[in-house]
Every structure is written in structure tokens, then in C-alpha cells.
Design a binder for this molecule. Structure first.
Ligand code: BG6
Length: 507
């Protein structure tokens, strides 16, 4: 039965087309924690085609059965809020295969081709192949050039490649990576994952802004005072010390996730809900962010690194004490930026972005602070300390939802005002478990829908924004650590906002 094209554009009940998902890095963290649990959930929802199979590769020697066992353990462990059903697993595991081998070994690609043939004969995958690069980024170049040299990048059926961030370490590397990718795949076959774009709550920003008539008229410099985008994590670097030490908060979270969220909040309405139309608007917004000059960096950017602390009766190590981290490390585990968009809608409105590890709690949200009423009808003494009462909070995670704060009269005699909240809560309103970002994005990549993926021009535009900060920071000797684990970051981050008369809203 052919799907209704409109249902398909809106992704209603989208199922995967037949294909083999070939995962490089199949024994790694990402595969175990995110990809396989997402695929299992799709299997549970009957959204995988009967002609769907997974072929995993990594260096570890394993048989198909050993791979299945290992994945079973990971899926049972990382399913989060869903139940593990052993019978369903049995059925799903039949479509999992594994081919060990070193990515630099030419003969591996011949073996992979043979396995793909064999899988196609059994599962009827229409010879479609989705390559997933879940390896260390330093190996992308090797895989891509070997795929091209072996001819695996083309053939009957479609070929697409999904790659994970970071897309390079800076603007120059991002361009080099694109050049390499384009040797093997045309741009439309490349799916760059930024999993924040696949989060339900980030997608809902589009619905909130463009399906309602009442918010968009307020969505501009005339009504908005400033915007705060926070992605706070309470965890530290969780055994990824060596990786994180090379990356840092600015590259890990701001260059990609937070700038994409900012683009979604601030972009112009697309003419149609179609991949290129939506991506064009995001890209345009990213290109409108003013690129700071190096001399401005100290006044618009703050770096932090957590030091040891005692939290809830437990000793928590500082970043420099984590495994794999240089005891003198200059890597930031916290970053805050003040950015400005140079267009008519947003001129002069600060967008504050911040992220950090070992902050007091895990929370990602967007706070849109509106201006105070133009005329103060009520004397200041009647107001609570919040002088700009109107605040819209879009909670990305956890406790997904949207709240609007406004002033109301306190019951009783006299005119005393207090802020109150109007609240929308996903869980309570829909009572449904939302798909994980990886579920959504895997299905979209298989369906060839790039709406929620980043494009090379967006990647370059976001690198361009953070590049001056990276350059200045790499030449700076920081007095780290400058915040204790379990606190809201360094005091300089408060000063960053205070300079413009603002304060962080600590959720
Ligand atoms: C990843 C970063 O991209 O996003 C991690 O590399 C971070 O350091 C993670 O912890 C956060 O994702 P989420 O979905 O838990 O907010």
C-alpha cells in the first residue's frame, strides 16, 4: 500500500523502507546506548520494514550470535522508560549481523559487500544501504575514502551516509570533511545528525511558533527583551575524559546543539513544511548571527571548568581528576556566550547560550523574557521582585512542556501582584511516551527526509560563529577550576549578563 504523500511529509506513522543499516563502530558507546535501543523501540512499534537488517562492524572479533548477545545486554540496560520484551528481542535479533575488521584493511570492504548481498537475499532489502559512521571522528576520512574506493558507496538501491557530530574540530576541518564526504556521496545522501533537532520538544517549537497565530506577532525585538538557552547537565564526563579533554563544552554542545536550538527559536517562518524550506530558514538565521571580533570575546564569552566538591555526602572529583584528563587541563566544561542576530526581527536582542557539566541539575530549556509593560500602572511596591514578569519557558527536557509567567492580583484587600504560571505539560496532556531523538532521526534518514538534519552550510555558519572564541580561548591561560561541581558555573557568567542588566534564570 502506498503511503499518502501528505501523511509522509508530516511523518505520520512513518515506517522504514527496506534497507540494511551498516554501522561502523558497532561495539561503541553510541551504538550500544542510543542506536540499538532506538531500533528495538522501532521494532516494538512495528515501524521497521520486514526487509530491514543491521550489519555491524568494529575491530572486536565476534560472531553474529555474540554480537546479538552483547546488543541484548545494552538494549535491556539503556531502554530507559520502556520495557524489555525477550520474545520481541528474539525476533528482532534475527535481523542483526556482524562483520569484524579493521577500517584500514582493504579486504574488510569486500567482506562487507558479500555480507550485504547475503543479507539482501534473505531479507529483500531492495539493496538499499544506510551507512552509519558511529566511529571516532578521526576515522571518518578513512571509512569514507575506502567506501568510495571499494565501490560500496554506489550500486543498485540507494546509498546514504549518516555522520555524527563533531563535524570537524573547527571551520577548516569541517570544510575538509565535507570535501571528503562529497567524494563518496552527493550532499543529498549525507545526513549529519544533531540529535537535538530530533527531540520532540525541539520539533514542537515549530508547531508552537507557526501553528498558532498569537505568539508570532510578539516574537521580535519589540516585545522580547532577551532569550536564555540553557543545557545543564549534572553528570561529569562519565568515562569520556580523554575524548572530552580534546573537545570541550563549546565544541561539544554550543557549536551544534545550542546553535540549532537558537536557530529554531529565532528563524523566520518557512514557506512550506518541507526539508529544504525549513533548513534554508535555519541556515539563514545561523548566517545572521553576528560573528564576534576577537577583541570582543572576553566580553561575550565565558569559559569554566569544574573543580572537586562534596555533593550530597559524596566526594565528586574535579575535571582534572577524571580518568584520561590532563591534570593541568585547560579544557572548558562550561561555556556561556552572548550572541546577537543581525536582522530586523532581532537586532539588539541578546541571546544567551550556556552549557556545562556538573551543574546542579539536568535541564535544557529556553527562556524568552518579554519587556515589561510600557507604562507602570501599578506602583513598584505592589510588584514581586521580578520586574519583567512575562517569561515564556520552553522546557526541552526533562519535564517537557511550556510555561508562561504573568502577574496576577494576590487575593485579599489591596493591589498586590505576584507572578503565576500557565503550564502545558507533555506527559499530562498527551499521556504518551515520546519517541527518542534517535528513533525519529533513524527513520527519517532511512526515509530520505533531511528536515531534521544539519546541512554543510549550517555546519560552516555555526563554526564561523564560535571560531573567534575558540581562537582566543586556545591562546588564553585560564585560572581553572573556576566553579565547584554542583554549582551554576563561574561567577564571570553572572557578570556576562549583569553587564547588560540581566540575570540568569536558574531553573
Ligand atoms: C552529546 C554530547 O552530543 O550530547 C554529550 O557529546 C552530552 O557530552 C549529550 O552529554 C547531551 O545529550 P542529551 O540528549 O542528554 O541532552
Amino acid at each position: 500500500m502506498r503511503a499518502n504523500p501528505l501523511d509522509d511529509r508530516l511523518r505520520l506513522q512513518r515506517r522504514t523502507p527496506p534497507c540494511t543499516l551498516l554501522i561502523f563502530g558497532a561495539n561503541g558507546d553510541l551504538t550500544r546506548r542510543k542506536l540499538l535501543p532506538a531500533l528495538y523501540r522501532l521494532a516494538a512499534e512495528r515501524r521497521l520494514a520486514s526487509g530491514f537488517a543491521v550489519l555491524g562492524n568494529s575491530r572486536t572479533p565476534m560472531s553474529d550470535d555474540e554480537f546479538r548477545e552483547r546488543m541484548r545486554d545494552s538494549v535491556a540496560r539503556y531502554l530507559e522508560d520502556a520495557d524489555f520484551d525477550p520474545t520481541l528481542w528474539q525476533e528482532f535479533a534475527r535481523s542483526l549481523f556482524y562483520e569484524p575488521g579493521d577500517l584500514a584493511d582493504v579486504s574488510l570492504y569486500g567482506r562487507l559487500a558479500a555480507r550485504l548481498e547475503e543479507i539482501d537475499r534473505t531479507f529483500r532489502t531492495a539493496r538499499n544501504v544506510l551507512f552509519y559512521l558511529a566511529t571516532a571522528p578521526s576515522l571518518y576520512a578513512e571509512v569514507v575514502s575506502r567506501l568510495a574506493a571499494s565501490g560500496l558507496n554506489a550500486g543498485r538501491g540507494w546509498r546514504r551516509a549518516v555522520i555524527e557530530k563533531p563535524f570537524g574540530r573547527d571551520l577548516a576541518e569541517a570544510r575538509e570533511l565535507a570535501r571528503l564526504l562529497h567524494r563518496a556521496f552527493p550532499e543529498e545522501a549525507i545526513f549529519r545528525i544533531d540529535h537535538y533537532l530530533g527531540k520532540e520538544t525541539v520539533q514542537n517549537i515549530l508547531a508552537f511558533r507557526f501553528a498558532n497565530g498569537i505568539f508570532e506577532p510578539l516574537w521580535n525585538r519589540r516585545y522580547v527583551d532577551h532569550v536564555q538557552i540553557t543545557a545543564a547537565e549534572s553528570i561529569g564526563v562519565e568515562g569520556r575524559g580523554a575524548f572530552y579533554q580534546e573537545v570541550g563544552a563549546l565544541r561539544d554542545m554550543i557549536q551544534n546543539h545550542l546553535l540549532q536550538v537558537m536557530a529554531t527559536v529565532a528563524m523566520e517562518p518557512p514557506a512550506a513544511f518541507e526539508p529544504e524550506a525549513v533548513r534554508d530558514e535555519r541556515a539563514k538565521l545561523l548566517r545572521s548571527i553576528r560573528i564576534p571580533e576577537e577583541r570582543e570575546v572576553p566580553s561575550i564569552a565565558v569559559a569554566g571548568q569544574y573543580g572537586p566538591a562534596r555533593i550530597g555526602g559524596e566526594d565528586v572529583p574535579g575535571f582534572r581528576q577524571e580518568r584520561g584528563v590532563d591534570p593541568e587541563s585547560q579544557t572548558e566544561t562550561y561555556a556561556a556566550l552572548a550572541l546577537f542576530v543581525e536582522n530586523w526581527r532581532w537586532a539588539g536582542v541578546p541571546f544567551y547560550l550556556r552549557t556545562g557539566k556538573r551543574l546542579p541539575r539536568r535541564v535544557t530549556d529556553i527562556a524568552i523574557q518579554f519587556h515589561a509593560a510600557p507604562h507602570a500602572l501599578f506602583p513598584e511596591t505592589s510588584l514581586a521582585p521580578a520586574m519583567r514578569p512575562n517569561l515564556l519557558i520552553i522546557r526541552i527536557q526533562p519535564e517537557e512542556g511550556i510555561s508562561l509567567r504573568f502577574l496576577a492580583k494576590l487575593p485579599g484587600s489591596g493591589m498586590r501582584l505576584r507572578p503565576v504560571l500557565m503550564d502545558f505539560d507533555y506527559g499530562a496532556s498527551f499521556g504518551l511516551r515520546a519517541p527518542t531523538a534517535y528513533q525519529t532521526l533513524l527513520v527519517d534518514a532511512m526515509a530520505g527526509d533531511a528536515t531534521l538534519f544539519t546541512r554543510q552550510d549550517m555546519v560552516e555558519a555555526s563554526w564561523a560563529v564560535v571560531q573567534p572564541v575558540l581562537d582566543v580561548w586556545s591562546a588564553t591561560r585560564f585560572d581553572f577550576p573556576n566553579y565547584a561541581a554542583g554549582t551554576w558555573g563561574p561567577p564571570e557568567a553572572d557578570a556576562l549578563l549583569a553587564r547588560r542588566g540581566h540575570r540568569w534564570r536558574n531553573p
